[in-house]
Design a binder for this molecule. Structure first.
Ligand SMILES: [Zn+2]
Length: 448
């Protein structure tokens, strides 16, 4: 990439970060003016892209852009989102979260601010790749679609609309690429090489509410087994009945690919991970909550409610359960498991939010193209599939494509990954430029 392109992608990201496009579940609380300004800024930064690509608005401020290629047979969709999560006013940010300033970081100069990694960095890098290729007169071998949502952080519907538009036009993507994985340094203890983790599936997010009802009344004359006691017992029973664990195929493949890079004593075990699934599963379960979550559906009791007053017995008590459904499980199966665990007919189970896990995308030619581009731009990284714990907009695209992958081509340290949705979020200037190079290479290498 030329210096001019480097400057442009950095300037563009700085400008995007300075516009606080914070999404909210309540549309009345969204600063729509900020989103208007963001779209105008994108058009200013990437004029050719806006002149040549065919633009469809989706949702309130989402964009679906179409770049006609030499062929429409194997279309690709590059995704990102324009919205960000809010900034906690008490969090100790080192630099203005909406300043987009360049300051030093442990890995060199970096752009600081909310959205630099999640996910305006992807927006800027994708647009830079397209703008640069347009300037060079490149015609992609296949149709390229850019899908930029405006409400990803609040599980909104812009991406759903984008899918409907594509379905209406008969587009069946050969490859869908969204945020998710990264070039992650320090991902595994004892492994020096960064991992290029590509999400091939993501867990489903489901929320249940346990509801117990009773007579309530004056707190001076309590009866045994009231609604609050039954809810408390139910929560403990759920905690004592974890979902069965088993490492899915993509986790075992990750272990196998890691084998040459782990300390010697571990190599034989990981090298045969596919044949030693039960041993690997037990090891992951023992390695802490993060590793354990890779092996099974998880349940967290989150919200609790009972009586509104200290001297009143609740007539209704409720507990919210936030459940991340593992590939292989279903929402119906989860409800059945919880019902059995609670083992109390007087407790009602309401499904508040229902999300199935995404199907596993295969490690075929689309996946191999991602791997090849990782090998070229990040030669020290170990590319590998993995199961994503968090949700992305790309889950909606599994309705029209079997090849949905989650990977942002940016080097991130552990501290940087932890800063996402937290404070001190920043992306290295060199990392951003590498990311733009990676998307450029991906588009250049689309199969004929
Ligand atoms: Zn995101």
């Amino acid at each position: 990439m030329t210096d001019r392109m480097t400057d442009r992608v950095v300037t563009a990201l700085q400008a995007l970060v300075r516009i606080p496009t914070v999404s909210d579940r309540d549309p009345a609380r969204v600063d729509t003016d900020a989103f208007d300004r963001l779209l105008a800024e994108l058009a200013t930064q990437f004029p050719l892209l806006h002149e040549r690509l065919d633009l469809t608005r989706v949702g309130s401020h989402g964009l679906l852009l179409h770049w006609a290629g030499a062929s429409a047979e194997r279309p690709v969709v590059l995704m990102a989102h324009l919205d960000v999560v809010p900034v906690d006013g008490d969090a100790p940010w080192r630099h203005d979260p909406f300043g987009g300033e360049v300051h030093d970081s442990p890995t060199g100069p970096a752009i600081w601010g909310r959205g630099t990694l999640d996910d305006k960095g992807c927006v800027a890098a994708i647009c830079e790749a397209v703008e640069g290729l347009l300037e060079a007169g490149h015609v992609p071998a296949q149709d390229v679609w850019l899908s930029f949502g405006c409400d990803e952080e609040v599980s909104g519907t812009a991406a759903v609309e984008a899918v409907e538009v594509l379905r209406g036009r008969g587009v069946t993507p050969w490859l869908v690429l969204d945020e998710g994985g990264a070039i992650a340094a320090g991902a595994f203890p004892g492994v020096k090489a960064p991992l290029g983790v590509i999400g091939v599936t993501e867990k489903g997010t489901t929320s249940l509410e346990l509801v117990a009802e009773g007579r309530g009344g004056h707190a001076s004359t309590p009866a045994r087994n009231g609604p609050t006691a039954r809810i408390a017992r139910a929560i403990l029973r759920v905690e004592k009945s974890p979902f069965p664990a088993s490492a899915p195929a993509s986790t075992l493949e990750l272990m196998r690919r890691l084998a040459p890079h782990v300390p010697l004593p571990l190599r034989p075990l990981l090298g045969r991970a596919d044949r030693l699934a039960p041993v690997v599963t037990r090891a992951l379960l023992a390695a802490g909550p993060e590793a354990a979550a890779m092996t099974r559906t998880t349940v967290a009791a989150t919200t609790l409610s009972g009586s509104p007053a200290l001297n009143v017995i609740a007539s209704t008590a409720k507990a919210g359960l936030n459940i991340r459904v593992m590939v292989g499980d279903t929402v119906a199966g989860v409800v059945e498991h919880i019902r059995k665990a609670v083992d109390d007919d007087s407790i009602r189970i309401d499904v508040v939010e229902s999300g199935e896990p995404s199907p596993v995308s295969p490690m075929g030619d689309a996946f191999e193209l991602l791997e090849d581009c990782i090998g070229d731009v990040f030669p020290d990284a170990v590319a590998t599939p993995y199961v994503m714990m968090a949700a992305t907009d790309s889950r909606h695209f599994t309705a029209i494509s079997e090849h949905v992958y989650r990977f942002a081509p940016f080097r991130m340290t552990k501290a940087q990954r932890e800063a996402i949705h937290s404070y001190d979020e920043h992306i290295g200037v060199a990392a951003l430029v590498d990311g733009a190079r990676w998307y450029t290479l991906l588009i250049e290498r689309l199969p004929r």
